[in-house]
Design a protein around this ligand. Structure first.
Ligand code: UT7
Length: 328
């Protein structure tokens, strides 16, 4: 039976840094509050480039690492809520910028769980036998939809993107299992009010600052802790995975307290949790693939990796991967 394995990772984080000290000058907040409530110290902000440039950089890195031509890529799935334009899809733009002339693809919108949904979709394309090389990107330019006068949201989010290449394998490794959910009744607590077809942009929507992220943090926090811990535990139990069987937990980087609760429920110590929230904040679709990219050298063939996320929609889920290669 064909399975889909990750065979290379890539990533891009912008060079410009927005620190907690910078934010202290912009809104009524403190480094102490942000650090203790979220774990974030700084985040990256994309300037003078487009979202798709981050995607193109990650794709080029993947192609170079794997030693393949862009013409070999069959498909690209770009998971994002902040693509270059409402349409066309950023997948099209990134394919154009990198010379993927034989690929088809699309954008996938599932907020913070987007990369999980993209990985599930991409792996099924590989398992179908029809596609041999599928790139799944996850990333966001959150700074384009953040109100830097709103201390509830501006301290949390940042820009960045990561991605992986999926290829078929006959071995019992790669994307092993998934538990994925949506509950649209959660939309009341985390959304962007204007800019969609329900509320197209007008002068009034701009004046009322409706094109920015709206979040009721405490409510989202409660759902995130409950659901992320539950699916992470569920994917372990139904696959008979014990805490000691898991090499790495890759959690969505929304709040260090949510990450700690998830790891605790799974019985996984901090030395086996990928954590970069202090440096990048919450990059929405970018958090999981950026972790895989940054920790690529530390993962070994056969490692059991659990990815977990929760986000706007609500969307949430967990994926079990058996890592398929050693980097060195
Ligand atoms: O990735 C998508 C999914 N999103 C998430 O998972 C985010 C989940 N939510 C969270 O991570 C947290 O709810 C936040 C980090 C957003 C907020 O932390 P919190 O501990 O839930 O704080 P809160 O919203 O309950 O606010 C507590 C207090 C309030 O003051 P009062 O009413 O107690 O006087 C806020 O006004 O902290 C105040 N506050 C701030 N103070 C300083 C809110 N933001 C700030 C700030 N600096 N930036």
């Amino acid at each position: 039976m064909i399975k889909a394995a990750i065979t290379a990772t890539g990533g891009y984080v912008p060079k410009d840094i927005l620190t907690n000290q910078d934010l202290e000058k912009m809104v009524d907040t403190t480094d102490e509050w942000i650090t203790s409530r979220t774990g974030i110290k700084e985040r990256r902000i994309l300037k003078n480039l487009e979202f798709s440039d981050m995607g193109a950089a990650a794709v080029n890195m993947i192609l170079e690492k794997r030693g393949i031509s862009p013409l070999e890529i069959d498909m690209i799935i770009c998971c994002t809520i902040t693509g270059d334009m409402i349409f066309p899809a950023s997948a099209c733009i990134i394919a154009d910028k990198t010379g993927m002339k034989n690929a088809w693809g699309y954008d996938l919108s599932a907020a913070c769980s987007g990369f999980l949904f993209g990985l599930e979709t991409g792996s099924k394309m590989i398992e179908s036998g029809k596609y041999k090389k599928v790139i799944v990107l996850g990333g966001d330019r959150m700074s384009s939809i953040i109100d830097y006068t709103d201390r509830n949201t501006c301290i949390i989010f940042g820009d960045g993107l990561g991605g992986v290449l999926l290829e078929p394998t006959e071995e019992n490794e790669g994307i092993m299992d998934s538990v994925l959910h949506v509950d649209g009744s959660g939309r009341a607590f985390l959304h962007q009010k204007a800019g969609g077809s329900s509320m197209p942009p007008t002068q009034a929507t701009i004046d009322q600052r409706l094109h920015y992220v709206y979040q009721e943090g405490q409510t989202v926090y409660k759902f995130a802790v409950t659901n992320m811990t539950e699916v992470s535990r569920q994917i372990m139990d139904r696959n008979n995975l014990k805490a000691e069987d898991i090499a790495w937990l890759v959690p969505h980087q929304a709040n260090k307290r949510i990450i700690d609760a998830t790891a605790d429920r799974m019985g996984i110590g901090p030395d086996r949790v990928m954590l970069n929230i202090m440096r990048y904040g919450n990059t929405t679709n970018g958090t999981l693939p950026l972790c895989l990219w940054e920790w690529e050298n530390q993962m070994k063939k056969g490692d059991n990796i659990i990815l977990s996320a929760f986000g706007g929609g609500f969307t949430w889920g967990s994926i079990w991967i058996k890592w398929a290669y050693d980097t060195k």
